[in-house]
Design a protein around this ligand. Sequence first.
Ligand code: ADP
Length: 465
Amino acid sequence: MLSETKNRFLGSLKFRLTLLSGCIIALTTLAAFLLLYGHLAHALQANVDHDLAAELSEFQSIYSQGGLEALRREVALEESAKGKSYVFVRMFDTTGAEVVNSDLTYWNSAATKPPANGASGSPVFSTIDLPERRIKARSIYGMLHPDLWVFMGVDAQQNSIVLATYRQRCIEVFAVSLLASLLAAWLIAGRAMRGVRALTTVAEEIAGGDIDRRITTTGYGNEIDRLAWVLNTMMSRIAALIKETKALNDSIAHELRSPLTRIRGMAEMAITSGATLEKHRETAAEVVEACDELLGMVNSMLAISEMEAGVVGLDAKPADLALLVADTCELFQPAAEDRKIVLNTAVAGPAKVMADNSRLQQVVANLLDNALKYTPSGGTINVKLTNEGNEVVLAVEDTGMGICESDIPHIFERFYRTEQSRSTPGNGLGLGLVRGIVNMHGGRVEVKSVTGRGSIFRVCLPCLH
Ligand code: ADP
């Protein structure tokens, strides 16, 4: 449990962000300090070298004015003014014999020999280690005159002290700034993660079943707000889909109940009534009819679902829609006559479209069936087929009961039936099927209706040239 909490803490974005910014700050500060340290060390050494070079040129002018004697006096003066432990001076003639020198008591190891490459002409600077005194000295070896060379050095311990102090201060500043930046990074990361934590809490509540819960945005329009907006939109769509699915399930259950109850009733009657064989046959025929009705409904539901999911393909071929419409109207003519409805067909062919004949026939049949169902006796149905621009338009117009404006957006939904049509047989799947098939053909369905005066359903399909 404890190690789980520890792992969660170490793996948390807040901790990782803090660590990352801490590392970046530490590295940049370290690099800056090292750079400054290098510059400082170089500047200090250049300063000492500059003094040594100035001393050398001073010796040169003294030698040219007063010769060796003057130089000896100057060296003695230097020695007493700066201290024997601070400075040493040695001068050599061309044979390498020492002609002037200061007291070398403190410079045993350093002052015995000049640098090996010191005979080139221009002055040579070097750093000398004096372990017995635990100091470093800086020396110069140069020419005073073609027959006189000087090797001189000064204690550079002061520079080492300055650099050591600088190093110490750097470490202190580095430690304080690292701590401060880690704290700041921790606070900033915590603030940045606050939005994520709020999102997580709401997401957990949604995952727990509260699908109507939404994330409150801060209104700053930042990344978290945008994420919250996307999640809210997604959740609203999911919630709408869930509600739709639930409503659909309720409708299916409701639609199945009546025919199933009817079938059950018939079967029960057949068992208990002791009827004749003839009567049993009649009941069986009724059961078959009720089952066909049910099967038709289930098949329509499946067809709509498959079309919506895009899992069915069309067996589409170039066809003349005029022939198909004329044939289907002919099939409906007897039914129209039975109901004393005039069915007019004005089909101007050819109307070439890519068509899956059986499916488009179903479209025409469903529209005609509806027109007949919802038009009272004495009414008229006009079927027209025209070419309009790049489209073939089939219009089925009736003088029936019409559809009120508020129902029109819903009539293509599965199981939707208007209040006025409840007494007429039907299951509310016909128009869903019509729209699914027409959409698959790349077309669209339009409806215009006036209550009490009739409706026009227009099927517009892309025309084949
Ligand atoms: P069904 O006709 O089986 O009820 P549909 O999906 O074909 O199902 O139609 C859905 C609803 O649209 C119908 O219940 C009816 O209310 C309305 N409707 C469809 N066509 C017409 C029409 N021609 N006239 C009036 N109402 C119609």
